[in-house]
Design a protein around this ligand. Structure first.
Ligand SMILES: Nc1ncnc2c1ncn2[C@@H]1O[C@H](COP(=O)(O)OP(=O)(O)OP(=O)(O)O)[C@@H](O)[C@H]1O
Length: 616
């Protein structure tokens, strides 16, 4: 059997400063199984009685796919939903940590979460601006820290190259990954978590990433990462190895002693085989032991049982008892993170990035404006200088307004992508303490509303109003513009609400189409609201179309005169026929209702953004 103290002992002399020691004992983590979006009531255990100690240095978590590497990393980093933690605790330097650990450690996620339209330097500066306290770090300090990180990560040559998007070729995969790591190194964290930092990279790039982490660990940082099949040159840089199999630990100790441990269990590595591949063979059953019997009870994991009975495990547990006895409660957070930067400062930085992103990716804005102009000209030509003679005067105006209102609402479907496109980035940045949810929400709203919504509506209203020959005068024109703006904003805010509530564009389309169809049907144009089924009549009160049409009609008909065989017919006659209140309040109550819809939808969008599940 494996004997002796093979635990990894860090070489203190090569560390400049000591990172924290992460200890975890008896972790049991379960998730509720769901079927067809319903909780089945059954639980799936994904971590079973996992214990260990990770000290400053390179701490690798290895295992086959689905063995629980990422889950363990996430539990240690405080990123996994605490509701699933059935038992056990995680201590950092002997202090019980809450989810606040998320803010004082760094976590590099597997998928890069960088703004593709910004350069490497701009992304790093964004992180520096939001995560370094402006009272302690001047702008020059932040720039010099970014320069130092660019230098350290070997990113100087591509510092001004854009990260890249689906339409824009940017930096290479390795440079992206290094930039992701750099985003987290800005705060000089002493504890760094990385989820599979080498996945998707070629072996040389993977090597350079791990060498970089190794250098950081030699400067005193505690680096904890999950990794798949590392090559030997990578494996030999590990100080501590935790090998997982089906949610259990089958080895935790010094990486260079793992081979001895398994050889004492009767597993022999073939000459020239990579130890990391050999460990995978051992856990998967591809390698057989000459002395270990097959488990008679298949529910038992013989390797995990062996490990639990080993002196290695016993010494870890003994030390954990000592650490847990001295454990003290860590600082309790208020639930909300303490941001290093104030609200207005965050607004400035986040709005700046959103605006820059918009300017460098202007396709949506150009397309929106172009389509608006084409559509306005089309409507203007179709309803060019509408006559005042009856009956075509009323017929044309009814058709034109219906057409305009529908266009105002449906032309804004592009707003659906607002919170979907950057959902992953937002979750990562917000849960890492970059900025408040409200800052992100307001910056996105302003950056979308002004260039993509307000400017096109003003252009659209000006073209159509004068081409169609609607009621002359500054006041009716301004009221018409206001109506179009409010109708459009009501449609946009509904789209924002849906965009903040779902994670895919397809779902967003479905959820958007349904209320719009109902609102249109009950808008008063397609079905006479008086004859409607009474139990559905309440729908008219939330119809953007109804309020928009009413306001547009009142604005045009009130004070207008029509001609029928030399008879003068005032526009108010038609408003009376439709039972529309054309007093000043009658007009403004429609505007108020539209404003109410906008406010409620925006509030709901904000609430939904706050409710997005940040746990992994
Ligand atoms: N939130 C979750 N919901 C459902 N299942 C989950 C969740 N988190 C983890 N699991 C399950 O737990 C098991 C372990 O997952 P985990 O991602 O930790 O494995 P892994 O070793 O990191 O795998 P991989 O290398 O493929 O990423 C898997 O079977 C996974 O499906």
């Amino acid at each position: 059997m494996f004997t002796g103290d093979q635990e990894f002992i860090p070489q203190e002399e090569c560390f400049q400063e000591r990172g924290p020691t992460v200890s975890f004992s008896n972790l049991h983590y379960s998730i509720q199984e769901t079927r067809c979006c319903r909780n089945t009531g059954l639980e799936k255990q994904i971590l079973k009685d996992v214990s260990g100690i990770m000290r400053p240095g390179m701490n690798a978590i290895m295992g086959a796919t689905g063995s629980g590497k990422t889950s363990l990393l996430d539990v240690l980093a405080g990123r996994k939903d605490p509701a699933g933690l059935r038992q056990g605790q995680v201590l950092v330097d002997g202090q019980a940590v809450t989810s606040e650990l998320r803010l004082c450690s760094a976590y590099v996620v597997q998928d890069d979460v960088l703004m593709g339209t910004l350069s490497v330097r701009e992304n790093l500066l964004f992180s520096a601006n939001l995560r370094l306290n402006p009272k302690e770090f001047s702008t020059a300090d932040k720039h010099s820290r970014v320069n130092a990180i660019l230098q350290d990560l070997g990113l100087t040559d591509c510092a001004n190259t854009k990260i890249g998007t689906a339409f824009l070729r940017g930096v290479s995969g390795g440079e992206r990954k290094r930039c992701s790591i750099g985003m987290e190194l800005i705060t000089s964290p002493s504890l760094l978590f990385l989820d599979e930092p080498t996945t998707g990279l070629d072996s040389n790039t993977a090597n350079s990433i791990i060498s970089l982490l190794h250098n950081l660990s030699r400067r005193g940082k505690t680096v904890i990462f999950s990794i798949h099949q590392p090559r030997y040159s990578i494996f030999r840089l590990f100080d501590h190895l935790t090998l997982m199999h089906k949610g259990e630990v089958v080895y935790a100790g010094a990486a260079d002693k793992a081979l001895d441990y398994f050889s004492q269990l009767g597993y022999q590595i073939e000459p020239f085989n990579n130890p990391a591949d050999f460990f995978m063979d051992v856990t998967s059953g591809a390698a057989t032991s000459s002395i270990m019997a097959l488990a008679s009870d298949i529910s038992k994991n013989p390797l995990a049982t062996q490990y639990q009975e080993s002196s290695l495990c016993r010494s870890v547990l003994k030390e954990l008892v000592r650490i847990n006895q001295d454990a003290v409660d860590g600082p309790k957070g208020q639930g909300q993170p303490d941001y290093p930067t104030p609200f207005l400062y965050q607004m400035r930085v986040v709005c700046g990035r959103t605006l820059r992103n918009l300017l460098r990716n202007p396709h949506t804005s150009y397309a929106q404006l172009l389509i608006t102009v084409i559509f306005a000209l089309l409507v203007g030509v179709v309803y060019f200088q509408m006559p005042l003679t009856l009956p075509e005067a009323i017929q044309n105006r009814s058709g034109a307004f219906f057409f305009l209102i529908i266009n105002m609402v449906f032309a804004n479907l592009s707003a659906l992508e607002l919170f979907i496109n950057e959902r992953v980035i937002f979750i990562h940045e917000n849960s890492s303490g970059y900025y408040r949810t409200s800052v992100y929400f307001l910056s996105k709203i302003f950056a979308d509303l002004i260039p993509n919504r307000l400017i096109p509506i003003l252009v659209f209203s000006s073209i159509t109003y004068f081409m169609m020959g609607l009621r002359a005068g500054a006041e009716p024109f301004l009221c018409f513009v206001l109506t179009m703006v409010q109708v459009s904003l009501a449609g946009v805010s509904l789209a924002f609400f849906i965009s903040a509530s779902v994670s895919t564009f397809a779902m967003a389309n479905i959820f958007m189409a349904l209320p719009l169809v109902f609102m249109m049907v009950f808008g008063g144009f397609l079905v006479s609201l008086n004859n409607m089924l009474s139990w559905l009549s309440w729908l008219q009160w939330i119809s953007i179309f109804k309020y928009g049409l009413n306001a547009a009609f009142i604005n045009e008909m009130k004070g207008q005169v029509f001609y029928s065989n030399r008879t003068i017919v005032p526009g108010e006659v038609f408003l009376d026929l439709q039972d529309l209140d054309y007093s000043a309040w009658g007009f403004w109550q429609n505007q108020l209702a539209l404003f109410g819809i906008i406010t409620v939808c925006l509030l709901l969008a904000y609430v939904q953004l706050r409710r997005i599940n940040r746990w992994k």
